[in-house]
Design a protein around this ligand. Structure first.
Ligand SMILES: Nc1nc2c(ncn2[C@@H]2O[C@H](COP(=O)(O)OP(=O)(O)OP(=O)(O)O)[C@@H](O)[C@H]2O)c(=O)[nH]1
Ligand SMILES: [Mg+2]
Length: 186
């Protein structure tokens, strides 16, 4: 079975664990804030994500990482063999805009992963201000795909955007496999 490892990173309290629970269809609801210690790995099986080999199931590992930089020594272990990185931030927090540059640099540029393997998620918590909807990011973050998530207003849209991204990651894995197969026989 095809397996994809995707990390969720970004500033503390941005909503990584809430979103990880939501997209993996975990039954855990939204409670009071419990900081993630290091990492929490959620497994999620989706039979219809793999567009290439008809109907083949694939297993998605969501690595819900802590946003606390005291776990920095664990980062290389987290990044190892990952296929994608989702950076989640709160667009109402000006400090997050600076902080996500660091997450991008460490988890995407230095690995290195392609920009197409990275997704930026502006996660709106209840009561979030409307004017952050059209937020503009500076280079290099402006090259990345940016989606807005609002679980109270449009949860199905959030699910759809994540599924689209997971499908693109699985396509990249499949393409790399085909290239590897070709390189062996040629
Ligand atoms: N009602 C509601 N609350 C949210 C939402 N997203 C985040 N929160 C609140 O914000 C808190 C922090 O969210 P988490 O997902 O735990 O934050 P995190 O990014 O995992 O933080 P670390 O694990 O410390 O890095 C949650 O416990 C909720 O109380 C949301 O969509 N709706
Ligand atoms: Mg967390």
């Amino acid at each position: 079975m095809l397996k994809a490892k995707v990390l969720l990173v970004g500033p503390r309290e941005a909503g990584k664990s809430v979103l990880a629970n939501f997209v993996s269809e975990s039954i855990e609801g939204i409670g009071s804030y419990v900081p993630t210690q290091g990492v929490r790995i959620l497994e999620y099986e989706k039979p219809n994500l793999n567009g290439n080999s008809k109907g083949a199931a694939c297993r998605l590992e969501l690595w819900d990482c802590s946003g606390d930089q005291k776990f920095e020594t664990c980062w290389p272990a987290l990044m190892k063999d990952s296929h994608g990185v989702i950076i989640i931030f709160n667009p109402d927090m000006p400090s997050h805009l600076k902080e996500i540059e660091m997450w991008y640099s460490c988890f995407v540029q230095q690995q290195p992963l392609l920009d197409s393997q990275c997704l930026l998620v502006a996660h709106h918590k209840p009561g979030s201000t409307e004017d952050t909807e059209n937020l503009s990011l500076a280079h290099p973050l402006n090259k990345l795909k940016l989606v807005h998530s609002n679980l109270e207003e449009d949860p199905e849209d959030v699910r759809m955007e994540f599924m689209k991204y997971f499908r693109s990651i699985i396509n990249i894995i499949n393409e790399n496999r085909e290239k590897e197969e070709m390189s062996i026989i040629s």
